[in-house]
Design a binder for this molecule. Structure first.
Ligand code: GLA
Length: 394
């Protein structure tokens, strides 16, 4: 849905006037840092079942990902069955016992996430939560669910039938508030992940409906062009993120095979600078050592999870070379020098333009190499579609 800037301002004002008073009580003290984990959709799509989830949980531990900070094992769409005579949501035959599955995932020191829609149907046309929000939240809590991705999809039919964009927006905002309140009423800590593809500038009001994270774009795919379109379009959104409420440019594709190693390093580096949730979207049971090394790079994860919780942003774009900087809690900065061109390019980095004076100390995070003191202008060659990711301090 496209909404004019004037209408957006009206919607933001209306949202503020009506929903701001509930903002303080909306905080659930979760997601102090961007959530890390795994989600079934990017790799398995509809082919996800109980055995898949158990295998992914085991692989998350044996690969070292859990110890690197990955926590959530998130089941996406297609787990849902019909409702019983009392309206309680049932799992379908792929998930015979969700409580037992949650117990298993918890026994591995991990947490379990689930998926639903505020509409009558999910994107894959399974049962949504419309009219059953409280009941579903209670069911999730009874199963031991720790994270809910709430995907707009099926509610869009009602929104399209609304007389004005403002009325459509209210249908959506009300639906997200309804589930926020339902989750809160269970007393169980459940991370609340909004998924409505960034419509109506969700970053401006996602916090007021209790979102711990919100998708800022449409779906990612395992291609450089789509990943880059999404990732580099995040410029300007940094001020909307912070501890407990994050911009979500969608799940990772690292390890799914559609990009080169340099392109996947660009993906991870950009997501880390963006303080994005790191939700792996590959098959954790068949990872190459290179994929494991990328996903568990401690220095890169430290950028993503930095305690200051300040999202980075683009500071310059000269042709295909973009420099993005994220300020970090210890006063240093993550500096990503990206080459969006398919062939290698050389450039010079002037650290003065990035807020430093004189010589700087730097570490190359993908080479795990301390570069010592470097002085401007620093000449670098960046591989095609690649990145040089530095941690720079004065
Ligand atoms: C939408 C979401 C995806 C995924 C699918 C599942 O497209 O954006 O991330 O959850 O629905 O049907």
């Amino acid at each position: 849905m496209t909404v004019s800037p004037m209408r957006l301002i009206c919607i933001a004002l209306i949202s503020f006037v009506f929903f701001a008073p509930s903002t303080l009580s909306a905080q659930n003290n979760l997601a102090a840092r961007p959530p890390m984990g795994w989600n079934s959709w990017n790799h398995f799509h509809r082919k996800v079942d109980d055995a898949t989830i158990r295998a992914q949980a085991e692989a998350m531990v044996s690969s070292g990902m859990r110890d690197a900070g990955y926590t959530y094992i998130n089941i996406d769409d297609t787990w849902e069955g019909e409702r019983d005579a009392n309206g309680n949501i049932q799992t379908n035959s792929k998930f015979p016992d969700m409580k037992a599955l949650a117990d298993f995932v918890h026994s591995k020191g991990l947490k379990l996430g689930i998926y639903s829609s505020p509409g009558p149907k999910t994107c894959a046309k399974f049962e949504g939560s419309y009219g059953h929000e409280l009941q579903d939240a209670r069911t999730y809590a009874a199963w031991g669910i720790d994270y809910l991705k709430y995907d707009l999809c099926g509610l869009r039919d009602q929104m399209r039938a609304a007389p004005t964009p403002e009325a459509a927006n209210k249908i959506m905002v009300d639906a997200y508030i309804k589930m926020r309140d339902a989750l809160r009423s269970t007393g169980r800590p459940i991370v609340y992940s909004l998924c409505q593809y960034g419509n109506d500038a969700v970053w401006r009001w996602g916090t007021t409906v209790g979102g711990n994270l919100w998708r800022t774009t449409g779906d990612i795919s395992d291609h450089y062009a789509k990943m880059a379109e999404i990732g580099f379009s995040q410029a300007g959104l940094s001020r909307f993120a912070g501890p407990g409420h994050w911009n979500d440019p969608d799940m990772l594709e690292v390890g799914n095979g559609g990009m080169s190693a340099d392109e996947y390093r660009t993906h991870m580096s950009l997501w880390a600078i963006l303080a994005a949730p790191l939700l792996a979207g590959n098959d954790l049971t068949t990872m190459t050592p290179e994929t494991i090394a990328m996903l568990t790079n401690r220095d890169v994860i430290a950028i993503d999870q930095d305690g200051a919780g300040k999202q980075g942003d683009r500071v310059s774009a000269e042709g295909p070379i973009e420099i993005w900087v994220r300020p970090l809690a210890d006063g240093s900065k993550a500096v990503g020098i990206f080459n969006r061109h398919p062939s290698p390019l050389s450039t010079q980095v002037d650290f003065k333009k990035l807020g430093f004076t004189g010589g700087v100390k730097a570490k190359d995070l993908w080479l795990s190499k301390d570069l010592g003191t470097i002085s401007a202008p620093y000449a670098v060659t960046i591989p095609g579609h690649g990145v040089l990711l530095l941690r720079v301090s004065q």
